[in-house]
Design a protein around this ligand. Structure first.
Ligand code: ADP
Ligand code: MG
Length: 272
């Protein structure tokens, strides 16, 4: 854990920030406005160390925006983000990465013209010395079942392999918290199962996750707890069984597009 030595933990701050608890991530009164639109509306949210949390909700609920507030890609209009008990609201994205937060956005950010090995070198340069590159690369590719593709140009990988490569690149930074925006959108059932297994394995190794996903079967196969976001607010939170059985949750999904569009909701959507 990357607790700042300089963090002053007053008694009053314990409950407010998660300091001195096992909360790895917390938001307090988080707000994001885009002009007249409130995309995130006063959200208090917390994730425990080593937890696997899934974030679901209809299109436009604010899920991607929420993740971008945690990574620092967006500055909040109001409220705070705490990581490991320290206020990180004013830190730049790269400083948050250095503290142990990693992200995979909705739009893949691999380098299509580089080989798998070269792609992994990009994050490795931040954390490893040149003499470690080969060993670290091979260990990562082994875990992500990509060793045979080490010299393949990334553009020629399957969609599932590209997703695994991108998660592998993020894991190279050895994060304590990994944020994933729709990691299985557009993947086959088999590819989806591979990603689920991989995430559960990484979570067993102690990495906490916040995963945005529409595919409810995928969510059921990985989540400890589920948070439902609706119109920028936390609608409900609980086990996948509770959330699935909640008629109000069904209503907000049906209100959006109808059950018949479930397939469509599972597809990739444009990143902002
Ligand atoms: P989700 O990921 O749940 O589908 P988003 O977080 O992408 O939802 O979007 C939430 C709302 O905020 C939507 O109404 C969307 O149009 C709006 N929004 C998202 N990003 C921007 C932006 N950069 N500028 C203006 N509006 C945005
Ligand atoms: Mg989104």
């Amino acid at each position: 854990m990357s607790v700042h030595d300089s963090t002053i933990k007053t008694t009053a701050a314990v409950d407010e920030t998660g300091a001195g608890t096992n909360r790895i991530l917390q938001t307090r009164g988080l707000v994001k406005r885009f002009g007249g639109l409130t995309a995130i509306d006063d959200v208090d949210f917390a994730v425990e160390e080593g937890e696997m949390r899934c974030l679901i909700g209809p299109n436009g609920a604010g899920k991607s925006t929420f993740l971008k507030l945690i990574t620092g890609r967006h500055a909040p209009s109001d409220g705070s983000v705490y990581y490991d008990g320290a206020d990180i609201t004013d830190l730049d994205s790269y400083e948050r990465v250095d503290q142990g937060i990693s992200i995979k956005f909705q739009v893949p950010s691999i380098y299509p013209e580089l080989t798998v090995r070269q792609n992994l070198r990009v994050p490795l340069q931040r954390v490893a010395s040149r003499s470690e590159y080969d060993e670290r690369t091979e260990a990562t590719l082994e875990q992500f079942d990509l060793l045979e593709e080490i010299d393949t140009v990334a553009a020629n990988l399957s969609h599932g392999q590209q997703q695994r490569l991108e998660i592998g690149m993020a894991m190279t930074l050895e994060p304590d918290l990994m944020l994933l925006d729709e990691p299985v959108a557009g993947l086959s059932i088999e590819e989806t199962e591979e990603i689920a297994e991989l995430l559960v394995e990484l979570n067993d190794e102690g990495v906490a996750f916040v995963v945005i996903e529409h595919d409810i079967d995928f969510v059921a196969s990985i989540a400890d707890r589920v948070t439902v976001l609706h119109q920028g607010e936390i609608f409900t939170e609980g086990s996948i069984e509770d959330v699935r059985a909640d008629p109000e949750v069904k209503r907000i999904y049906l209100g959006e597009s109808g059950e018949a569009d479930a397939e469509e909701r599972a597809g990739p959507e444009a990143d902002h």
